[in-house]
Design a protein around this ligand. Structure first.
Ligand code: CA
Length: 226
């Protein structure tokens, strides 16, 4: 999952980005409203954290423009504690949730997880696919009851495919959603990661769809005889 953080307070922006990266997301950063609006308008983010008070273009305006142009990604706004009207304006402009400053990082992470899974149509923080269980709270993966250790890239790949299971995901989409802007993107690496992931999981839940991409689905039940 790839996220955008729009926050002009550089320390706070860095803290958010670091916490999100540690939690397994790819993160792009913007430090003013114009830059943030441009990125959200041109890159396919899975979610955005948007501060309301921003230089060059305020958060409400950024959000209104995105929504008017049909950008539907989940947006979590950051508001000042005593400004209830900001929250109302934010929701009316198209925000999905808010956190007031100062906040606990855990709350931001939890609210974001909820937004991302709901956007993908899942009601709980654990997502399963056949014998594979993905716990988005702890970023852990269990297969048939045993924990499997994955690198952060492998986890991101699996999490994206499992959030969108049952749908074919192209290599281009994976590259766009798994890496931040500065990453040297090469869709061949996706193939390598898929190979490693299959080996580590030991079960066939990721299928290659020739010429199109990959699909996560429960392994097919053994064919019945007779
Ligand atoms: Ca601000």
């Amino acid at each position: 999952m790839r996220l955008l953080v729009v926050e002009d307070d550089r320390d706070l922006n860095r803290q958010l980005a670091t916490a999100l990266e540690d939690a397994g997301y790819a993160v792009d950063k913007a430090f003013d409203g114009e830059e943030g609006h441009f990125l959200g308008d041109t890159e396919p983010y899975d979610g955005v954290i948007l501060d309301m008070g921003l230089p060059r273009m305020d958060g409400i305006r950024v959000l209104e423009k995105w929504r008017r142009d049909g950008r539907t990604m989940p947006v979590l706004i950051l508001t000042a504690r005593d400004r209830w009207s900001e929250k109302v304006q934010g929701f009316d402009a198209g925000a999905d949730d808010y956190v007031t400053k100062p906040f606990h990082m855990e709350e931001v992470l939890a609210r974001l997880r909820a937004l991302l899974r709901r956007a993908a149509g899942h009601a709980t923080s654990e997502i399963s696919c056949g014998p594979v269980l993905l716990d988005t709270r702890s970023s852990r993966v269990v297969v048939d009851g045993s924990a499997v250790r994955l690198t952060s890239h492998e986890y991101r790949l699996l999490a994206y495919l499992m959030h969108h299971q049952g749908r074919v995901v192209s290599r281009t989409e994976l590259v766009e959603h798994l890496y931040d802007q500065d990453f040297d993107r090469d869709s061949n690496t996706i193939e390598v990661f898929v190979g490693r992931l299959r080996k580590k999981l030991g079960v066939e839940i990721i299928q290659t769809v020739r010429g199109l991409g990959y699909i996560a689905a429960p392994p097919e039940a053994p064919a019945k005889r007779g």
